[in-house]
Design a protein around this ligand. Structure first.
Ligand SMILES: Cc1cc2nc3c(=O)[nH]c(=O)nc-3n(C[C@H](O)[C@H](O)[C@H](O)COP(=O)(O)OP(=O)(O)OC[C@H]3O[C@@H](n4cnc5c(N)ncnc54)[C@H](O)[C@@H]3O)c2cc1C
Length: 473
């Protein structure tokens, strides 16, 4: 708990509604989406950038550590306080006022506390959307701080690619406000400073406002579950679709049988899309989309997809064993239930890896071959955005096993998987979830010392105060 004098001073800055000091109201701010249960000294809930600045300045001058929090859906223990009870959580959940749409520029300038679902709901009548899609409902600030990827990265890229500008509060004694809110898509006038704050988990500053690119909302969508002839046929299948569909292809998601089964078990209302209910060993959720309403005389998008699949089916390479075309909302409901399904199927030890696209299936094959000997209790429930090289490599240990609560077991398992992913396959140990306490040790292990030194230099000139859960230096 925080000293009463500090609580009173912060209340004077933020008002009664701007702080939470105890009781049940604190629980949601100190409990993470998947792993964490920390203890907050106090929760700060500013409404404006100026309030963030004043609160942060007070905290820095009084040696109070601050953890920025937006939607609290992060998966690497970055948004919640540790167990010391000494860290303040600064939540953006009241920063939802400014929402300025520029239709000509196809951009949005908004406070960083808006949830993704609210942003897209407000944009729908303008036939636009913020094109980052995932199975959670984060807030803009957290999306920028983690550089969220998601299921449509293949077509639209990540948050970084869709950010034009940001406003940031630095954790220095003044709580300096850094205005980098450009509306420009092209601006080569020096260092692109916003990149220091995007994807760096709040270590260098708190993002309070942003300008983001919007895209025309797709009006036609067609989806199919595709069964590749074998693991080796997955990339030829992707390339065949890219070759024939170009920018129409908006998702290419790989899903293992174990992940599908976990989701179907956890959410019985989900429709099993496979013939006879028989889930294949590995399936691809492919989506194609276009931004205009169906036109008279034009082939429907479902027909386009079916024609392309027929061509691929008959091609010499024959990468396709089966295909199930179906309604997009049903197919995506299953895809978006995977994460929760896997979480409830046992003790989950999750990895967010990325590889050159051609290495993904080889990595998965290596794991399937070696895991039974190395860690016999572990079940692999992988799925991922394999069109952009990402794999959510989820490992599940039975809840009643002693290993499920054995921290040393988890560390050995993580060390082993990361060593193979990073050293043998030149992959990344954090594809799109960024860095948090959960993977700090691997950042330390796999990052060149010179890069850590450069990051420490940036830390000193931006936010010398105790900010965020991560150390890059
Ligand atoms: C079911 C599920 C599915 C998911 N699927 C995906 C997926 O497909 N792709 C993907 O990339 N991620 C995915 N995630 C992870 C998560 O949703 C993203 O990382 C998300 O963008 C985090 O945003 P948030 O608002 O919840 O941030 P938070 O969880 O609140 O914070 C995340 C990090 O950013 C820092 N931070 C928060 N706000 C700010 C701010 N304003 N300024 C500076 N730093 C800040 C925090 O300190 C923390 O380190 C998924 C999560 C869940 C639960």
């Amino acid at each position: 708990m925080i000293d009463q004098n500090h609580a009173a001073a912060l209340t004077a800055i933020l008002g009664d509604k701007g702080i939470v000091t105890g009781g049940g109201d604190v629980a949601s701010y100190q409990t993470g989406a998947r792993y964490d249960e920390g203890r907050a000294a106090i929760v700060l809930r500013p409404q404006t950038t100026k309030e963030v600045s004043a609160a942060v300045s007070y905290c820095v001058r009084n040696g109070i550590a601050v953890i920025p929090q937006s939607g609290n859906t992060g998966l690497v223990s970055g948004s919640t306080p540790d167990l010391t009870g000494a860290q303040a959580v600064l939540s953006l959940d009241r920063m939802t006022k400014r929402f300025d749409l520029d239709l000509n520029n196809r951009s949005l300038r908004a406070d960083a506390g808006f949830r993704l679902s609210d942003v897209n709901q407000k944009l729908e009548k303008h036939r636009l959307f913020f094109p980052i899609d995932l199975g959670a409902d984060p807030r803009l600030g957290g999306m920028l701080a983690t550089n969220t990827g998601g299921s449509r990265f293949l077509k639209y890229g990540d948050v970084r690619r869709n950010t034009l500008g940001i406003k940031v509060v630095l954790a220095d004694e003044e709580g300096t406000i850094l205005d980098l809110t450009s509306d420009l898509r092209k601006n080569n006038t020096g260092i692109d400073w916003k990149q220091v704050f995007i994807g760096t988990s709040g270590a260098f500053g708190i993002i309070t406002e942003c300008v983001v690119n919007l895209e025309p909302l797709p009006k036609q969508v067609a989806t199919a579950y595709l069964v590749p002839a074998s693991g080796a046929h997955v990339m030829p299948l992707l390339r065949a679709m890219e070759d024939r569909l170009g920018a129409y292809l908006s998702a290419f998601e790989g899903i293992s049988k174990n992940a599908v089964t976990a989701a179907l078990d956890h959410v019985p209302s989900l429709k099993n899309p496979f013939q006879g209910g028989n889930v294949p060993d590995y399936v691809i959720l492919a989506e194609i989309s276009r931004t205009w309403e169906p036109r008279e005389g034009e082939q429907s998008l479902d027909a386009v997809l079916e024609a392309v699949l027929a061509e691929i089916w008959e091609s010499d390479a024959a990468p396709l064993a089966d295909a199930f075309v179906g309604p997009a909302h049903e197919m995506w409901s299953l895809r978006h239930a995977l994460s929760e399904g896997v979480k409830h199927s046992g003790k989950l030890i999750a990895f967010d890896l990325s590889f050159r696209r051609g290495d993904i299936m080889a990595f998965c094959d290596r794991m399937k071959a070696d895991m039974p000997q190395a860690f016999p209790e572990v079940t692999i429930c992988d799925f991922g955005h394999i069109g952009d090289g990402g794999v959510h490599f989820n490992l599940v240990v039975p809840k009643d096993s002693a290993s499920a609560s054995d921290a040393d077991f988890e560390r050995r398992l993580r060390d082993w998987v990361f060593a193979i992913a990073v050293q043998d396959f030149n992959g990344s140990f954090s594809a799109e979830h960024a860095i948090g306490r959960k993977n700090q040790a691997y950042y330390d292990l796999y990052t060149q010392q010179k890069i850590k030194d450069m990051a420490q230099g940036l830390k000193v000139i931006t936010s010398p105060g105790d900010l965020g859960a991560v150390r890059f230096g």
